[in-house]
Design a protein around this ligand. Structure first.
Ligand code: GLN
Length: 238
C-alpha cells in the first residue's frame, strides 16, 4: 500500500513547524510497511489532486494568508472535488480559516476556499493557550496549543472536539475546530499529530480506506506519546 501526502504552500503557510505533522504521518506509515511520500507544492505550482491521499494546509500570519488567498482561487474547483470525494485534509489554524468562506480582519477581507460552511472574524486580542479537547475521533483527550486572533463560526458543522481546557473556535461556544467529511480543521498548532498519534492514525486509516477499502492499522508502541499526553492533561486539568 502507498500513500501520497500533499503539503500545500510550505513557502507561505509554515508557522510553528506545522510540517512536523508530515514527518509523523510518514513515520507512522513507514513503521507499518506502508510506502509514504510527500510532495510539497509552492504557491506557483499546479496541483494534481488525483495523486494525493492526504493534504496538509498549515498555519500562516494574516499577511501570508492574504498572499495565499489569491493562489487559492486557481485550485478551488479541484480542491473541492477532492474534498467531496472524501479526500483527507488536515488544515491548521490559518489553513483552517482558509477552508471557510472568509476571514475578516481589520485590514480587509481574506476570501477562503469555501470548502466548508464556516467563517472567521478577527476579535479583540489573541487566544493563546494550551488546549485540551474531547474529540469523537480519538479515545484519549487531544492536547495542543492554540494562538489565533480569528474567531471561527462553524454553523451547523460538527466540531473537531469539545473544549476541556483553553479557548477553541471563538472562546465562547465551548467547541474547537471542524470535521467535514474527511476534513479536519483545527487551531491546534505545531506537533498536533506527534502529540496525538490516534488522530494521525485516523487520517492514515481514512486515506488508505479511500484507496484500498476496509483496513485495520497495525498498532504501534505509543507508550511514550501516551505518557506525554497524560502528563499534559494532569498538569492543566488539576
Ligand atoms: N492569522 C490567523 C489568526 O491570527 C491565523 C494565525 C495562525 O495560523 N496562527 O487568527
Amino acid at each position: 500500500m502507498k500513500l501520497t501526502i500533499g503539503h500545500l504552500y510550505p513557502d507561505l503557510l509554515n508557522l510553528y513547524g506545522d510540517r512536523g505533522n508530515i514527518a509523523c504521518l510518514m513515520k507512522r506509515c513507514q513503521w507499518r510497511g506502508i510506502e509514504a511520500r510527500t510532495i510539497g507544492f509552492e504557491s506557483e505550482d499546479s496541483i494534481d489532486f488525483s495523486l494525493l491521499d492526504i493534504v496538509l494546509l498549515g498555519g500562516g500570519s494574516d499577511r501570508e494568508q492574504m498572499l495565499v488567498c489569491e493562489k487559492l482561487k486557481k485550485i478551488r474547483q479541484a480542491f473541492q472535488s477532492y474534498v467531496e470525494d472524501n479526500g483527507v485534509v488536515l488544515a491548521v489554524c490559518g489553513g483552517y480559516q482558509l477552508l471557510g468562506r472568509y476571514y475578516k480582519t481589520k485590514d480587509g477581507l481574506i476570501q477562503g476556499l469555501d470548502l466548508v460552511d464556516l467563517y472567521t472574524e478577527q476579535g479583540e486580542g489573541r487566544l493563546i493557550n494550551n488546549i485540551i479537547l474531547d474529540s469523537p475521533l480519538c479515545k484519549m483527550p487531544v492536547v495542543g496549543f492554540e494562538n489565533h486572533g480569528g474567531r471561527t463560526n462553524i454553523g451547523k458543522n460538527r466540531p473537531f472536539g469539545k473544549v476541556l481546557y483553553g479557548a477553541g473556535n471563538d472562546g465562547e461556544s465551548g467547541y474547537e475546530g471542524v470535521i467535514y467529511k474527511n476534513v479536519i480543521g483545527t487551531y491546534l498548532h505545531g506537533p498536533l499529530l506527534p502529540k496525538n498519534p490516534q488522530i494521525c492514525d485516523h487520517l492514515i486509516k481514512k486515506a488508505l480506506e479511500r484507496r484500498y477499502g476496509d483496513i485495520d492499522l497495525k498498532p504501534l508502541d505509543d507508550r511514550q506519546e501516551h505518557g506525554a499526553n497524560t502528563y499534559m492533561v494532569k498538569r492543566l486539568m488539576k
